[in-house]
Ligand binder design. Structure first.
Ligand code: 5AD
Ligand code: FES
Length: 349
């Protein structure tokens, strides 16, 4: 095991069999060995600074019906909402005061917001907060639309590939969605010039360790600037309501592996990780993550943006989450910093 971990650390790559070997044989002792290396790698690139992204969940309308997701169109129990440009800007104002210099606009695939609407929101944020980055997380749109968002000033785009196996993709999504289109979107975003984030859920229904090994190979090949990974957590109104959640251990392992695969990538310690374990986000940082994404959405809508059950922070004011996270990071020797936290290519492997 040590030899394989050393190879990953030194070459930033492994083949499928080697990934499978780690995934199958990983235990507490090898964990200590791997996390020491992944943590040191993150420290080398970012020091003990943790970047923040203020997450604004601006719509929970969605045209899609992904089987795992609580805001899918087929969930008739979901109470739907949309935020106006002014409401979004009010979130940014709060976030800016709290020290956030990246705003993430996340929503379901909601074509109520035309390209012009999205562009108007991007331009208003950029005009009001010129030292801030804007990240979009609004799903699959056309190449032309992506180009227009970029021209309007959007800096980054998050679009998880969810699984890099065609068959698995079909088990998680309805026929209207395809892995090939998802990947095409990712390549379009990259070609346009966005800092791009992809990623996948850990422990999603039907996921095998072969699938995970393929995900790692895809991530290495695509080389995104950001990689989002969190445990799958069931939502009561979906067909996966009774499926088990993904595990803390496997999620941490994957954070550690991806840190070694792409040393200077931006990796969030996700809210989902904080949901399955009360210290999940701290553990994610200690495994090699370097980003947290506190919720900036108005408290009145937070519970409605429910992708999975028992999501944390849905009752807290933005300032409380900011303090809470600062304290949590302090408790493990890290600090939240006031910084856009852009991707920096680095030869400091
Ligand atoms: N559990 C965990 N993560 C989920 N997501 C969607 N539904 C769930 C769930 N039930 C993730 C998807 C999506 C991101 C915004 O949230 O990976 O890309
Ligand atoms: Fe929201 Fe701790 S981060 S309450």
């Amino acid at each position: 095991m040590k030899k394989t971990i050393d190879k990953l650390y030194e070459t930033h790559n492994l083949d499928k069999d080697e990934f499978l070997y780690i995934l199958k044989n990983f235990d507490t002792r090898s964990g200590e060995y791997l996390f020491e290396k992944s943590r040191q790698t993150a420290l080398k690139h970012f020091g003990n600074s943790i970047y923040t992204r203020g997450l604004i969940e601006f719509t929970n309308y969605c045209k899609n019906n992904c089987y795992y997701c609580g805001i899918s169109s087929s969930n008739l129990h979901a109470e739907r909402y949309r935020l106006s440009a002014d409401e979004i800007l009010a979130c940014c104002k709060t976030g800016y005061r709290l020290g956030y210099r990246t705003f993430v606009l996340q929503g379901g695939e909601d074509f109520f917001y035309s390209d012009d609407d999205i562009i108007d929101i991007i331009e208003k944020i950029k005009a009001g907060y010129s030292d801030c980055a804007v990240t979009l997380s609004i799903g699959e749109r056309s190449h032309e639309s992506y180009k227009r968002y970029f021209k309007a000033g959007a800096d980054r785009y998050l679009l998880r590939h969810e699984t890099s196996d065609e068959e698995h993709y079909k088990k998680l999504h309805p026929k209207s969605l395809s892995l090939s289109n998802r990947k095409q979107c990712l390549y379009n975003l990259k070609e346009i010039g966005f800092q791009v984030g992809t990623g996948f859920m850990i422990g999603s229904p039907y996921q095998t360790i072969e699938n995970i090994a393929e995900d790692l190979i895809f991530i290495k090949e695509f080389s995104p600037e950001m990689v989002g990974m969190g445990p799958f957590i069931p939502h009561r109104d979906t067909i996966f309501a009774d499926e088990p959640a993904g595990s803390l251990e496997l999620t941490l392992l994957l954070i550690g592996i991806v840190r070694l695969l792409l040393p200077s990538s931006l990796i969030p310690s996700t809210t989902a990780l904080g949901t399955i374990n009360s210290n999940g986000r701290e553990k994610g940082i200690l495994a090699g993550a370097n980003v947290v994404m506190p919720n900036l959405s108005p408290v009145s809508v937070r519970k409605k943006y429910s992708l999975y059950d028992n999501k944390i922070c849905t009752g807290e004011e933005a300032a409380e989450c900011s303090n809470c996270l600062q304290n949590r990071m302090k408790s493990i020797g890290y600090k939240l910093v006031v910084d856009r936290g852009d991707y920096k290519a680095s030869d400091r492997h």
